[in-house]
Design a binder for this molecule. Structure first.
Ligand code: GLA
Ligand code: ZN
Length: 674
């Protein structure tokens, strides 16, 4: 089933079960949904205790009614499995479904997203309820997608079942304790294990073990998802499956996870207006959208977003005029096939009663939020089919030929590492910093896995802080550069292998000949220091980390230039090296945005990566291409004028023709087509 066959989706989580005692409200909902152009609803996300009030005692009448009413009203349905929150009777009857902390205490029942993922009892209970749901609703004409569970996470459980599953996972990986001891370097601090039962994954000083524990937890979550999905796959083979990811880092390797879902979906909650500069927030959101698209090189769903403010962000601002449309359009520009909200109607009680929803407590359709949602519904209709088109299938699309590598496992390994500078390692932020140079330039960019991505699709791949570089990835990079391609690596790249063991013989491990350099040491730059380097006659700031490198054939167009007394001064800061038919670039320090803009602009020119438009893109404006249309988005709080040159276009949002200059209001957007 192609869930985009009827165009873009506009939807929300619909917690029907919270309003069963208010038929008047349920009636109003249907009318308001039509008015807002809502065409899909996610139902059942947290309704287990209502669906199954005691073991084997089911109540589907209310859900039947919900299906019929939505279907009759013209909406389609995404049906969630309820495992994100377990019913109290289940925890009471089978305490093993609750997670255990490292001191052996069972968590009390409550909250959500906290079941033990290896518990056989929990798996059985999920399989039972999911089977019932699939049998009952699997052939319902309104059903288009399974939403399995909700926001899985990689929080640990130390119960005996999980520990034993972990030890089995290790036996498979290492075969023998000798191999495990070698991989974990247990000769350090006398940590050698002489039986599998001695292994308890709560010792931050054994990095190899902690990394494997995180890998195991992620794998166990994927395994749980597969078990949970099995009845759905069996009974409804034609209904696609998703699970909604949320913000990294959630302890899951989502690159790996995404291989098992049919459609990627995620929950997007940018902190608009929180820090003054919304362009910073926008680039972060763009990065995460591009990550979702890149998981499978496919359109994804924005399963949740807030139509107003959230209630969990510390300070969450209401959206200023234009921002709702802009934020939702941004998702579509980067590959989303939907704009969906948490949630349709604001809850009266419970932990999130002050989280905005399409219909707020005042209860009617006259609010600013409702009007914003109506506006978005109209916009999605106007965009029609364009956004469901896969860029790859679209010759005039914005297919990316540049990519930034973002690796979850690397993030875990870096978190564990005690470096000479451990404050502000900021791995994710640094990936976003490199990505943002492409974003500002309007050059399409993917966000990819070092392990699963096919580098050959790209002309330029950036590896920011890829501290943990497996031998396989090193080999992949070597092959990639050899074929006339370009790679950029930075300080702290290729320091440890896949077992978190340091490379000997200079870094980047296994690639010193490709980059034509060997890093001897990495100095920490303290915040008061003003280390600088020059490149092409301009001076730039270096911070946080600076490598002392040995040139092994590379050129050093960039050189550290001061202060005089700094041991880095006079040493290479930026290097380039020909390898095979390609080029390998190395950036020896953390640098500033203006430098990255300059550096990548040059590389893009050199390698023929053109921006998706010919015009100058003003600061704070993002330009993305999708389905042959150019999305122009102004994240500035002031009107911004963009000179389009000769191009005359039609703005799909308002139907007007634009010639010469496009004036976008604060937080305004246009979708231009020639
Ligand atoms: C998450 C959850 C929802 C809700 C929203 C609130 O994304 O999936 O159930 O808690 O956050 O922002
Ligand atoms: Zn457990």
């Amino acid at each position: 089933m192609n869930i985009f066959d009827a165009g873009l989706l506009h939807g929300a989580d619909y917690n029907y079960e919270q309003w069963l005692d208010r038929p008047d409200i349920l009636d109003l909902d249907l009318a308001y949904m039509k008015e807002a152009g809502i065409n899909v609803l996610s139902v059942g996300v947290f309704s287990w205790s209502l669906l199954e009030s005691a073991e084997g005692v089911y109540h589907f009448d209310w859900l039947d009614e919900c299906f019929e009413r939505l279907h009759g009203n013209g909406q389609r349905i995404i049906l969630a499995t309820p495992s994100g929150s377990k019913p109290a009777w289940l925890s009471e009857k089978y305490p093993e479904v609750c997670r255990m902390n490292a001191d052996g205490q069972r968590q009390r029942h409550g909250g959500r997203h906290n079941h033990c993922r290896t518990s056989a009892k929990y798996r059985e209970a999920c399989a039972r309820i999911n089977t019932k749901l699939a049998e009952r609703y699997g052939t319902h004409p309104a059903l288009i997608l399974w939403h399995v569970s909700n926001e899985y996470n990689g929080m640990p459980c130390y119960c005996p079942q999980c520990l034993s599953a972990f030890r089995n996972w290790l036996k498979k990986r290492y075969m023998s304790l000798d191999a495990l001891n070698a991989a974990w370097y247990t000769s350090f601090w006398s940590h050698r294990f002489t039986s599998w039962e001695q292994i308890f994954p709560d010792d931050a000083s054994i990095h190899g073990m902690m990394l494997d524990w995180q890998r195991f937890t992620s794998d166990a979550t994927i395994d749980f998802f597969l078990a949970e999905s099995a009845p759905l796959r069996r009974i409804t083979p034609d209904i696609p499956i998703t699970t909604n990811f949320h913000l990294p880092d959630i302890g899951l390797d989502c690159h790996k996870f995404a291989r098992h879902v049919d459609i990627v979906s995620w929950d997007n909650y940018p902190e608009w207006h929180r820090y003054g500069d919304d362009a910073e927030v926008a680039v972060k959101a763009a990065f995460f959208h591009d990550l979702q698209r890149s998981y499978k090189n496919q359109p994804f769903l924005m399963m949740e977003s807030s139509p107003g403010a959230t209630s969990w962000q510390g300070v969450s601002k209401k959206k200023k005029a234009g921002m709702h449309l802009l934020s939702s359009i941004q998702a579509v520009a980067h590959g989303s096939g939907s704009a969906q909200y948490f949630q349709w109607r604001q809850s009266r009680g419970g932990a999130e009663k002050f989280h905005d929803a399409v219909i707020t407590h005042i209860g009617d359709n006259k609010t600013r939020i409702f009007r914003d949602v109506v506006e978005m519904g109209v916009a999605l209709q106007k965009l029609g089919g364009i956004a469901a088109i896969d860029n790859e299938a679209d010759p005039d699309g914005g297919e990316a030929r540049a990519a930034v590598v973002y690796d979850f496992e690397n993030g875990w390994a870096l978190n564990n590492a005690q470096l000479p500078r451990s404050v502000e390692k900021n791995y994710q932020q640094e990936c976003i910093a490199h990505y943002s140079a492409f974003w500002r330039a309007g050059v399409p960019c993917d966000v990819i896995s070092p392990e699963y991505a096919d580098f050959a699709r790209y002309q330029l791949v950036v590896f920011p802080m890829l501290y943990m570089l497996t031998e396989e990835t090193a080999e992949k990079i070597r092959r990639y550069v050899r074929q006339r391609k370009s790679a950029v690596a930075t300080y702290l790249t290729g320091i440890v292998n896949g077992n978190d063991l340091c490379y000997l013989g200079g870094t980047p491990g296994g690639l010193t000949d490709v980059f034509g350099i060997a890093v001897e040491e990495t100095d920490s730059i303290a915040d008061y220091e003003n280390l600088e380097f020059t490149l092409d006659g301009q001076t730039w700031r270096a911070s946080h980390y600076a490598d002392r490198i040995r040139l092994l054939g590379a050129d050093a167009p960039g050189v550290f230039c001061g202060p005089q007394s700094d041991p880095q001064t006079g040493l290479p800061a930026i290097t380039t090296h020909r390898y095979g038919e390609g080029s390998a670039y190395y950036i020896c320090a953390r640098t500033e945005a203006a430098f990255l803009d300059r550096f990548y602009r040059r590389l893009c020119e050199k390698h023929g990566l053109s921006p998706c438009v010919l015009w100058d893109i003003p600061a704070g404006v993002s330009v993305q291409k999708r389905g042959g249309a150019v999305f122009v988005m102004n994240f500035n709080s002031r009107e911004t004028r963009i000179s389009l040159g000769e191009d005359a276009c039609r703005d799909l949002l308002n139907g007007k023709t634009v010639c010469g200059t496009l004036a976008l209001p604060p937080y305004g957007a246009a979708i231009l087509k020639k």
